[in-house]
Design a protein around this ligand. Structure first.
Ligand code: IFM
Length: 443
């Protein structure tokens, strides 16, 4: 059990759209994901996000789970369409009350709230006004950020502006697999990328004005390997590395787009944008799940991402490759040096086909192996010099896994979607014990 400083932050992460349900309660209006999920054929099991884990009503049970786990921090996101349900921009007091109750209850339990302002759930009204293709959405995001920070800013120390803009941009606006389900040509999608980044910059400004102590940007990383030795696969693996690992990171850290894509983004960039985007942040959120292999294909998107050969796979088909996490943590330091703030692993986890046995237990040894291996990789990276300050498991309970609906279970606790019951899995007790041991046996 070496490698974890005593003040290392142990946490779990969730997202509003995936857990809250209650999509029309207390004034909330639809997000793009509510609209998308109700469109036939979009979600693998034909489900929607109307109820999910019903966290909006059952949050005290989820807080009790956090207490049992003994985590020091809980990362959740606020739902924009719960806080600002209409294009008028008027704040919804009932929506803000919910997040205030949650925040206060976390603080009472000694769990630090980590509030993420955007996890892919744009209000439908904002999409109808043009969504992220439209620069005006940046200003709407800043208004929303100011409203949340105005209500919670005196209690929440740690904030993040966005989660995984790469996936939201590409899956939502290029491949159409995610909401809002657009299939824009890649060059038009760079408008979306730039506006997401600009909104982040505005978010940092607004959060600083509200006195935020610590602000994060959260991006996903996946080492990219060519699927074969062919020149075509090598070329698209390099392109994928730029898009997945550098397109969002370099403007944020260096104030410049990677030269491979800069001319394509340039039409959307105005004076002062890059300075704002590169506003200093305090922590760097790293989401990691797998190493990817990339192969060349014909079509408007010239590449396909597949699992590399030779690794065990999760139920999602993703490679179980803990060394990839170590590689990501070390490479960020190598690539960006002093420009890189201290790192936090803000998501790491795996989907398996978990079942509850006749004794009511859910045994998930594959998840224990996965998490254990990845924590070892984090410890190894720290020993090798990476400045990693925290680790958050995705996720507290099984939840709505976007286009996969409820078919993919990532939770430390099993969610019975018929009764809403939360059943801690073996991995839940394992994580609790691992946290205790890392803290030197304290509860
Ligand atoms: O469930 C998602 C989460 O919303 C964003 N990061 C990846 C997770 C697993 O796919």
């Amino acid at each position: 059990m070496t490698g974890f400083p005593r003040d290392f932050v142990w946490g779990v992460s969730t997202a509003a759209q995936q857990i809250e349900g209650a999509v029309d309660a207390d004034g909330r209006t639809p997000s793009i994901w509510d609209t998308f999920a109700h469109r036939p054929g979009t979600i693998a099991d034909g489900s929607d996000a109307d109820v999910t884990c019903d966290h909006y009503h059952r949050w005290p049970e989820d807080l009790a789970l956090l207490g049992e786990l003994g985590v020091g921090a809980y990362r959740f996101s606020t739902s924009w369409s719960r806080v600002v349900p209409e294009a008028s921009g008027k704040p919804n007091a009932a929506g803000l009350d919910f997040y205030e109750r949650l925040t206060d209850a976390l603080l009472e339990r000694g769990v630090a709230p980590v509030v993420n302002l955007y996890h892919w759930d744009l209000p439908q009204w904002a999409q109808d006004e043009g969504g992220w293709r439209d620069r005006d959405t940046v200003a709407r995001y800043a208004e929303y950020a100011g409203i949340v920070a105005g209500r919670l800013g005196d209690r929440v120390a740690t904030w993040s502006t966005f989660n995984e803009p790469f996936e939201h941009c590409m899956l939502g606006h290029v491949t159409g697999e995610h909401a809002p389900g657009l299939t824009l040509p890649l060059d038009e999608a760079f408008a979306v990328a730039h506006h997401l980044l600009l909104a982040h910059g505005n978010g940092v400004r607004v959060l600083r004005e509200a006195g935020a102590a610590s602000i994060m940007s959260i991006n996903s990383y996946a080492p990219a390997r060519p699927a074969s030795e062919s020149d075509a696969d090598r070329t698209v693996a390099a392109l994928y590395d730029v898009l997945q690992n550098r397109l969002f990171t370099e403007p944020l850290l260096l104030g410049a787009y990677p030269e491979e894509v800069a001319p394509l983004v340039e039409p959307f960039v105005r004076e002062g944008d890059l300075e704002l985007i590169a506003s200093p942040v305090d922590r760097w959120g790293v989401n990691y799940y797998a190493i990817n292999a990339v192969r060349a294909v014909d079509g408007p998107i010239p590449l396909e991402v597949v699992a590399p050969e030779g690794y065990p796979r999760t139920a999602f088909g993703w490679a179980v490759a803990p060394e990839g996490l170590g590689e990501v943590l070390r490479d960020l330091g190598d690539r960006y040096g002093d420009a890189l703030p201290p790192l936090v692993v803000t998501e790491n986890g795996c989907a398996y086909d978990d079942v509850v046995d006749e004794d009511g237990r859910c045994d998930d040894p594959d998840r224990v192996r996965y998490l254990s291996g990845h924590l070892d990789a984090v410890a190894g990276a720290i020993e090798a010099g990476a400045d990693v300050r925290g680790y958050f498991v995705w996720s507290l309970t099984d939840n709505f896994e976007w286009a996969e609906g409820f078919t993919k279970r990532f939770g430390l606790a099993y969610l019975d979607y018929t009764t809403g019951e939360r059943i801690p899995k073996t991995s839940f007790g394992w994580y609790r014990d691992r946290i205790r041991a890392a803290r030197g046996g304290e509860g």
